[in-house]
Each structure stands twice: as C-alpha cells, then as structure tokens.
Design a binder for this molecule. Sequence first.
Ligand code: DGY
Length: 308
Amino acid sequence: MRVLVTQPIDPAGRALLDAAGLDVTVHPGPAPMTPAALREAVRGCAGLISMPTDRIDGDVLDAGPVRVVAQHAVGLDNVDLDAARARGVVVTNTPGVLTDATADLAMALLLAASRHVVAGDRLVRRGGFQGWRPMMLRGLDLAGARLGIVGFGRIGRAVARRAAAFGMEVVHSGRPGADDGLPFDTLLATSDVVSLHCPLTPATHHLVDAAALARMKPTAVLVNTARGPVVDEAALAAALRAGRLAAAALDVFEAEPVVHPDLLDLDNVVLAPHLGSATWQTRRAMATKAATNLLAFVGGQAPPDRVV
Ligand code: DGY
C-alpha cells in the first residue's frame, strides 16, 4: 500500500510503517502543502497520515483514493468526517497520549499570563528594569483563585488536577443537557481564569465572543490551548486593549499561523506557536499511535482509535 505522510514525524512512527513494508512518501515540510499540492501528492495513496494543518476534504479523499486517514493529532476539525463517512473511509486520531503535555502547556500559559512572565522578560531585555518596585507588574495569586474549565474531557480534567495542586478552586461548564457543571455564563462571570479545552465544532465557533468577554471579570485571564476559532480574536484584542480583560494566553489562532495584528502589540497577551503537544515523548507517542492505527487498518483489524 502507498502511504502519504504530510509532515516529517518522529522516526519511531516512520520505522513502524517501513517495517510493515509500506511504500511511504513523506512531504518534507515544514510548510503544509497547498490543497492542490496535497491532492497531487496523495494520488495513488490509499493511506494518509495527516496533520491538523491539512484540510482533508472529499476532493483529497477522492484524489487517492484514500481508504484510511490516520490523523497525527486528537483534534479532527480539519477532516471532513461526513465526507469520510460517505466514502467509507476510516478515520483515526491520537487521544490520550497528548493529554499531559497539553495540560502542562495550559498551566505554563496560565502562569505566564497571570504573572506577567513574558511582559517582564521584554521589560528586562529592553533595559526597562530599574529595580524592585512594590507596585510593579502585579499579577494574580493562583491559590484561592477560581479556574473555570470549558470542555471537561481528558485535557480539561488534567488541567483541573494541576490547578488543584496550586490551590485553585476548579469549576467547569456543563455540556448542554448534562446535569453537572456550571452554566457557561456563570462560569464566565465568576472565574478568575478561564481555560478552554473544548473541540472546535459549529457550536463552539466563537464561543468566546464580545458578549462572552463582557461577562468575564475585568481582572480575569483567558487561556486557549483548544482551537483558535473558539475565540473571536478581534473581540479579544479589543477587550485586552480596553482593560476589560486583564490578560490572555493563546497557543492557537483563528487563522493559524496568522495572528490577528491587533494582538501583536499588546503586552497583556502571551502568544505561543501551537506547542500544546510539543514534547519529545508526546510527539513520539503520537507518531507511533498514528502509524499503529494505520497498520491495524492495513492488517484488516479494527484500528484502536477509530473515529469514523
Ligand atoms: C491536537 O492533537 O489536536 C493538537 O492540537 C496537536 O497539538
């Protein structure tokens, strides 16, 4: 079987594919392929290992024709699952292995934004540090602060465990129809930090818009390690600039890799380049999991992480 891998991955994943005798082509990256280049590259490939930066639609699936998409990520908002279903294409992802890495990064961003770590670094580098001052760069005490978690799945729960160790009071918003958790508006209005961990779906697109931001405390901090379009970036930049929100930390962006220009000159926002799962161990585990899922399909077995 011919397989296209759309970015270089950890060698452990590649080794599994090679050991199984598959005919593997790896797009060298680092920029993702354009849709036209992806359709061309996938021609003749029944297997595809895809990244969150690839748009996998019906045209890409038909160009193979592709029979299995093993996504090298847990989020699948870049894959047209209906198109896959309609064509009988199997789709898998990599749940579980990136939970801790992403939760760690959410805590890193939470701390960085709450305690002005990046603004302080910039101050020191530009020679602006004149010595200790009682009123300088005051931030938020995590102990006793309320953390509102939106999306209480694996990663949201892992963040909750970490935040509890910092002495935070943790609440989460309930799913529509579920009887646990706080109503979303109550979570927004009462939390000192709001951390997003929901998938991107039509229901969560711009979940944090101007109205939602207006409900948050002006002293609050917003952390987004989920997906960029969950937040209306223009509205967020306006709220941060006007002091209607204290700070934000973003690992994901609406039009990744483009960052809304209004965010770039704000000192009260920390910007990270989608690093949630970027550890050696986790990227190795993701590559291995994606390859294992694909190989299970090739071997006629049920892929462990089959979504479609
Ligand atoms: C995912 O797995 O969806 C992450 O965004 C990749 O880091």
